[in-house]
Design a protein around this ligand. Structure first.
Ligand code: SP5
Ligand code: ZN
Length: 362
């Protein structure tokens, strides 16, 4: 299986607010190091990513958002801040018209909802362009995010040229990044960039299968109105877990995209057997969609020993997951998302890829 990685990713290590304390993020450069080590130990070779295509990112991310990410650190320094982790702290209040208004009649014309004002000030912009304080911008965050998305784009190009399967070693991860907000350790949506690249290169319909413990709210947001990408996510119930405000079963897409978004939320503590049933539900929908390729948002934080999650998958379940995904008999691009049992992350990644390749070969 083709493996794509970039050295640039090691430059970023964010901070996050966790239980009232700012800590070095669970999402660390060591994650990439452990994955690299395990891939090499398993006999695989790593191919460096081609440079990222920024223009193509405009098809999935807002132009103002990309300009902000590219300039945020310089703006932060120019404003005289000393802190190494630029984070938002003030977020747009919920509009009285749009969400859970006590006066539903006031919501009748959504067009009346004014756009959220965009401040000029860097501290205000950080809140405008983010949705969570588990995620910060440092000196090299933009470079690392570009290195990460370059892996996804490069792997997608190779898939479009006939490669059967590829793994993009992406960090920082991407599936929480929306068209215009960062959060959940994610800045650029790598899986969305991969799906978009496959479409740009002539494919007609792509499925994103998101198996990360957390809902892929960013990927959902980017494709919610589109019918060329089916987004299907299996994750912990957002009533109980980050990202809290999306990932519910009644979110099915809108407009042309209606029916092209599928969420399978599962309760905290979900075991492997129940999880595999959820995956079946997703695969049935994907099979019916007759897609040209599958992008797997491969979060390994469903691992039983993950420090911030509570699903019950073990190493052999990851092997089985890989084999089940191979059973789709479709070109498949794995994009790394979460997984915070850092020292085990490489072995768990290899377990999925071995399961896939073993089943694909037989
Ligand atoms: C890509 C991805 O998996 N992002 C996940 C972001 C989750 N961020 C919120 C984490 C909250 C952690 N709380 C841990 C409590 C144990 N001290
Ligand atoms: Zn996750």
């Amino acid at each position: 299986m083709l493996i794509i990685a970039s050295e640039l990713q090691r430059l970023h290590h964010g901070s996050e607010l966790d239980g009232g304390v700012v800590i070095a993020s669970w999402e660390s450069p060591a994650r990439a190091a452990y994955v690299t080590e395990a891939l090499i130990a398993s006999g695989r070779r790593i191919t460096p990513a081609d440079p990222p295509d920024l223009e193509e990112l405009h098809l999935i991310h807002d132009r103002g958002y990309l300009e902000f990410l590219a300039s945020a650190w310089d703006q932060w320094i120019a404003a005289g801040h000393q802190g190494p982790a630029a984070m938002g702290f003030a977020f747009p209040p919920r509009s009285a018209y749009r969400i859970s208004s006590p006066h539903p009649e006031a919501r009748s014309d959504e067009a009346q909802v004014p756009d959220t004002p965009r401040p000029d000030n860097i501290e205000g912009l950080l809140g405008y362009y983010s949705f969570a304080v588990d995620c910060s911008i440092g000196e090299h965050t933009w470079e690392a995010a570009l290195g990460s998305v370059a892996c996804a784009q490069t792997a997608a190009t190779r898939l479009s040229r006939g490669e059967r399967a590829a793994f993009a070693l992406c960090r920082p991860p991407g599936h929480h990044a929306t068209a215009n907000q960062f959060g959940g350790y994610c800045y650029l949506n790598n899986a969305a960039a991969a799906a978009q690249r496959l479409l740009t290169h002539g494919m007609h319909r792509i499925a994103v299968i998101d198996v990360d413990y957390h809902h892929g709210n960013g990927t959902q947001d980017i494709f919610y109105h589109r019918d060329d990408v089916l987004m299907a996510s299996i994750h912990c119930d957002p009533r109980q877990q980050f990202p809290y405000f999306s990932g519910y079963a009644d979110e099915i897409g809108t407009g042309a995209g209606r029916g092209w978004n599928l969420n399978v939320p599962l309760p905290r503590g979900t075991t492997a057997s129940r999880w595999m049933e959820g995956l079946d539900t997703i695969l049935e929908r994907v099979q019916a969609a007759q897609v040209d390729a599958v992008v797997v948002s491969l979060g390994l934080d469903t691992f039983a020993h993950d420090p911030i999650s509570d699903f019950g998958l073990e190493r052999e379940d990851f092997t089985q997951m890989g084999a089940i995904l191979a059973g789709m008999e479709c070109p498949t691009l794995f994009v790394l998302e979460g997984g915070y049992a850092t020292e085990e992350l490489g072995h768990n990644t290899v377990a999925v890829l071995d399961g896939f390749s073993g089943a694909a070969a037989s």
